[in-house]
Design a protein around this ligand. Sequence first.
Ligand code: SAH
Length: 481
Amino acid sequence: MPQVNAKLNAFPVFVRVEGEAVAIVGGGEQALAKARLIEQSSAVLRIIAQNAEPDLLAFIAQSGASHIAAVYDASQLDGAVMVFAASGDDTLDRRVAADARRLGLPVNAVDRPELCDFFTPALVNRAPVAIAIGTEGAGPVLAQMLRSRIDRMLSPSFGRLAALAASFRTAAERLPKGNIRRRFWSDFFGGAPARAIEAGELSRAYEAATDLLLSNAPASGHIALVGAGPGAEDLLTLRAHRLLMEADVIVHDALVPESVIAMGRRDAERLAVGKRKGCHTKSQAEINALLVELGRQGKRVVRLKSGDPLVFGRAGEEMAALRDAGIAYEVVPGVTAAFAAAADFELPLTLRGVSSSMVFTTGHDLKGNSLPDWAKLAISGATVAVYMGRSVAAEVAGRLIEAGLSPDTAVAVVENASLANRRRFHGTLADLPSLEARADLSGPVMTIIGDAVAGANFERSEPLAAHRVAGASVAAEGVQP
Ligand code: SAH
């Protein structure tokens, strides 16, 4: 086992490069990679290459870097603040490194750690904020993995927020030191100014920060209605993930998987508010009141809903309550169950020449005599996704057939869409009633009906009809014309 040295052998620092020359010796891929890295700064790039390859030439033309197209000579390094030996030619790189050292210039030789005075990090750039990752040779793959993880955590607008913070520094220094000043900054980075920047509204961000500074008021709360996706945790959006990590309180439904709820901060409060069929933990009115109350307390709340929050999620009522109470909120979309189910079935929801519209519906509006509008759309060829449709499967099939949809219309059913334990079933509208009697389906179920379903992949699905139980089979036959 190699010795683990808990001390860093290369210590990270940030080098001032604004307006300074950085010399890169080399005309190929290695030189181009370094040039691209340094181009993220305001240094003046000097590329020394007698024979630059086309890609590097294109880069030089587009970036405005200076190009010395001559045989290498040590005098070309004059005045640079750092030097890269990136020619890919061992002898030349050694010579460049030796020259730089003689001139007192820090040098990096590509793929030659023993010749390097410094190493270049994997970089997360949110200028003016930079996160540099170094691994001292443990490997570029590790560094890139860390880089992409950190990149995902930081909003793309993070740099603009940091720049705004810099412009408020002097003013904030006038606040009393300690709690009040700390509170200002935490409300600045976690509250209204940050949200306005994220929405691309710079002047509103400026106003919000000024308000915070002047009024010294406690931060107003904020509720994010966030779609948690259909179940698989990696179908969560990056924005949802970021908000989860910032939230003081996470209010979630029963269908939201534990692994998603766990993504919040360890000290975040987690509140389960129902709802599973038949066991409502809290009424909708109680949930609305809870969100308003948390907002009034100045909490940053993530209200997690399965799938997309605006699809059968009662978000309309929650937004109305928040609006009435004057609490700020936003909506973060998620992958709705119909999309996850379609993906699991490789099912085209719209299909050229077959179906050009789709309906998100629930079977629960079928009571009464009149046919809902969506049934008419189904008959005219729309693909229909039925949410919460298991217990009304027979009603849905019966009414559609009655209304004129062929009993042979293709149907796809997915239980636990997107999850490892998903189950797929296929059949026709005539088979659909069998769903109601199945005791073996305990997860959420999505039903998709329409001619476009015929374009799905049925290799991994079981026929619905094979599972007809006596009662359901009668019901199914009952709807045959
Ligand atoms: N807002 C959610 C829907 C909530 S209604 C969304 O956009 O997906 C709850 C219904 O969604 C369930 O009865 C079921 O029909 C469907 N559903 C949710 N998750 C599902 C999943 N993983 N697989 C299949 N259906 C699902």
